[in-house]
Write a protein that binds this ligand. Sequence first.
Ligand code: PHE
Length: 344
Amino acid sequence: MTSDSDTAYTIQYLDQLRTDAEKELKSIHDEAGAEQFRIKYLGKKGIIRSLLKSIPNVPEDQRKEFGALSNKLRSDIEEQFNAAPWRSAEKADHRIPLDPGLPGYPFPRGSLHALMQIRNEIRDIFLSMGFTTAYGPEVESDFYNFEALNTPEYHPARDMQDTFYISDKMLLRTQTSPVQIRVMEKQKPPIRSIMPGRVYRNEEISSRSYCLFHQIEGLYVDENVSFADLKGTLLAFSRRFFDEKTKLKIRPSFFPFTEPSVEIDVECFLCKGSGCSICKKTGWLEVLGAGMVHPNVFKSAGVDSEKYTGFAFGIGIERIALLKFGIEDIRLFYENDLRFLKQF
Ligand code: PHE
């Protein structure tokens, strides 16, 4: 709608003007919109002003009624404009009284997942011994997860771990050991590294095993690293993590990527070796696999096996958490039931 001189100033025009102005008033949200409206309708060159100016030109028989309606229209629009809801809303917003005595909003406190607590505890002990942390991808290539770890295709040891394959050459890592290779590729010895992470195995789900779990891998490579260093390091770790008098039992085992390979049991921290339900009356808890890094592994990672030796180990975090917290079912770690999680 315009206030051009060729506008037909009729009663009908007044009705139309009122409808338009009211509609526009409703769509005002802020100062800028209000100012626009004021200039357009109520300003010196606005529509209402030209409307009033045009009264003398209206045919005489309609002039009186037209004049009265025009003035009414002006005062209605002014009134509505001054009482416009955007104003009161704006004013009201600024006037919310501050009551410092009102109770605050509660922010529920979270806590670290039991598995992460154990992981951090283990990690911190190794960090204090001079190890650094490294990470690798969970979607891994067959090369890093097996081949470079002295486990070529058709090696029977592949059956020790049921693998989720994504394609011929890609898989979900079954162990954190591939990160050993990645670390050695990037870094020259001496290497002292721990590599925490999630691993996957296509195992039947039960109270004792799940399709994913967590490990912490350890790797120590330097000149003259011996089996005695492996024993000493893991004994020092166990004494800090479990009990300062903890004993270790080292049993021969097999892993393709270490030679010799061992599995290490710690004396049951609950019964101190006398036999209880946690250690199944044996007095010992099986906690980790370890061994001296196989020369073939050094070869795949480009480390000179004539010059360097090293040891590696892998700790299962779930297993330790089950033991430490006395939990019966591994699946509880993954169900995210707050009643369970809040206990840690
Ligand atoms: N990767 C082995 C496993 O998952 C554990 C291990 C790591 C053993 C490093 C020896 C050395 O069973």
